[in-house]
Design a protein around this ligand. Structure first.
Ligand code: ZN
Length: 102
C-alpha cells in the first residue's frame, strides 16, 4: 500500500517538473506577492487572476531568503549592480524556492 503511494507521487512529481520548465516566479507589483506563471518576453506579464499587467520577473536572494522584483531589462543591461539584493548586496539569481506562493 505504502509502496504504491510513493510510486504514484514519484510519477506526478516528474510530470510537474516538466511542466514547470516553462514557468518562472514573478512578483506582483500590486501585492508584492510571488506567483508562478508562464515565461514571457512581453513584460510586465499578465496576472492570471486579475488580467492586469502587474507581474515582473522575480530575482531571488539566497541570503535574505526573499524574492525581489526584477528591474526592467534595460536597467539590468546598463547597470550590472542592479542584479544585487537591495538589502544585503548579494547577487540575485533567477531561481529559488517556489514555496510560499500566494
Ligand atoms: Zn539579500
Amino acid at each position: 500500500m505504502l509502496l504504491t503511494a510513493v510510486t504514484l507521487a514519484g510519477c506526478a512529481g516528474g510530470r510537474d517538473a516538466a511542466e514547470q520548465a516553462n514557468q518562472i516566479v514573478y512578483i506582483d507589483g500590486e501585492t508584492q506577492s510571488t506567483i508562478v506563471a508562464d515565461v514571457t518576453d512581453d513584460l510586465p506579464a499578465v496576472h492570471p487572476q486579475t488580467g492586469r499587467r502587474t507581474l515582473m520577473p522575480g530575482l531571488y536572494c539566497n541570503s535574505c531568503d526573499t524574492w525581489h522584483s526584477s528591474p526592467p531589462i534595460e536597467v539590468l543591461q546598463r547597470n550590472p549592480a542592479a542584479r544585487q539584493c537591495p538589502a544585503c548586496r548579494s547577487p540575485l539569481t533567477n531561481t529559488g524556492p517556489i514555496a510560499n506562493s500566494q
